[in-house]
Design a protein around this ligand. Structure first.
Ligand code: 21W
Length: 212
């Protein structure tokens, strides 16, 4: 029950929409201690992943149609349109860094693009790879039960979703907004739009400006 065996990722695998191979660069080390890192030339803190195990690991799974993504703090920041682009590729290889990074020659020989998931520091590229693949598989046909939800999320990109309510009509003194129980679809749609816009404007005014 690893992180690839949950929810939508599991469902997409069960439906044959995607499959994963996990490759450990340590299996490509050549010495008896299975060394994959070494001290950086030029000094500085930490360790650097050696080029040979990284290059060999990638080549062990590479196909003619592979697109190799290096998850790295120095990449362009992931967004919905990059996810959509990646979903159109037939074979992705996600390379995760560790320690201070990967020898630059391995990156220049094997990597097509570098992608970051945002301006904060993780301890490795692995959680970033999980985020990326989760966001990418949503764009593969058949992954999400309700295609409307995918469409809405990408259509309305640049604006938040509205608040949601279910039964009961009152919970700990808090009521469901009257309009949602009115059955008046025109009014309900208007309320949802207004509520989402107000929240977006308060929390992410930059998104509103982008979508204008
Ligand atoms: C974090 C590796 C910091 C190396 C400046 C100069 C992949 C990531 C990662 C990591 C350093 C992503 C330093 C958002 C992330 C990732 C591990 C370098 C020392 N700073 N997206 N030297 N954030 N992170 N730190 O951290 O591999 S995608």
């Amino acid at each position: 029950m690893g992180p690839l065996d949950v929810s939508m990722i599991k469902r997409a695998q069960d439906r044959g929409i995607i499959s994963f191979d996990l490759v450990n660069i340590r299996d490509f080390a050549l010495d008896k201690h299975k060394t994959v890192d070494d001290r950086p030339y030029g000094g500085g803190p930490g360790m650097v992943l050696k080029p040979q195990p990284v290059v060999d690991a990638i080549r062990s799974v590479r196909r003619a149609d592979s697109h190799v993504v290096y998850l790295s703090p120095q990449g362009r920041v992931l967004n919905a349109s990059i996810c959509k682009e990646l979903a159109e590729r037939s074979h992705l290889i996600l390379l995760c860094g560790h320690y201070e990074g990967i020898d630059a020659r391995a990156v220049s020989l094997e990597v097509d693009e570098e992608i970051s998931i945002g301006d904060y520091v993780l301890t490795s590229g692995a959680p970033a790879a999980l985020v990326l693949l989760d966001a990418v598989i949503r764009f593969l046909p058949g992954t999400i039960g309700h295609p409307e939800a995918v469409k809405q999320d990408s259509f309305e990109e640049g604006i938040f979703d509205n608040l949601h309510y279910t039964r009961p009509p009152e919970f700990e003194g808090l009521s469901v907004p009257e309009v949602l129980m009115s059955g008046h679809h025109g009014e309900i749609e208007k309320w949802k739009k207004k509520q989402a816009l107000e929240k977006t404007g308060k929390v992410r005014p930059d998104l509103i400006r982008q979508s204008l």
